[in-house]
Design a protein around this ligand. Sequence first.
Ligand code: ADP
Length: 167
Amino acid sequence: MTHIQRTLVVLKPDSVGRSVVGEIISRFERAGLHIVGMKMVRPDKDFLYHHYETLGKMISRRGQKAFDVTLEMMSKGPMIAIVLEGVEIVEYVRKLVGTTEPKAAAPGTIRGDYAHMSFAYGDKQNIGVPNLIHASGDVEEAEAEIKHRFKKDELFDYDPMHKLYTR
Ligand code: ADP
């Protein structure tokens, strides 16, 4: 197992629209994680299809309707894609982010602190559940998602603390 990992985080259009991007990024930075790539983007539906279905297999996991409304929600505005690096961070970032349904997300997590929507309400309103942030589910998914979103020269190697301390 490689201890130093990279993971993809996407601050969704609801994060950007609510101007809480800085607050969310600061949660990762205060935990000692490092930004090695970052950009504001507004991907088209084909790109989102690749992210959520080709890589994320969302239709089989969540159903066609949840998939459709999620793509709609993700098309509403720009988002900020970030690659974070740190020691075994793929799982750790998911812990900071919290569970998918904001209603169920624990207080102290990003989704638990900044969102308050249920799947049932989203379903009734025909909307994707706005839960602020995407984070890769596991190491393989992180690799595939980062490759899909970032070119090699958009990612940076430098000496953050976890590297400096081990020299
Ligand atoms: P996660 O983002 O926690 O990895 P999924 O990959 O299963 O979860 O779902 C992707 C996104 O689709 C969720 O973050 C959420 O915004 C939206 N979503 C998932 N399921 C539903 C649903 N049943 N109703 C509305 N939106 C949903």
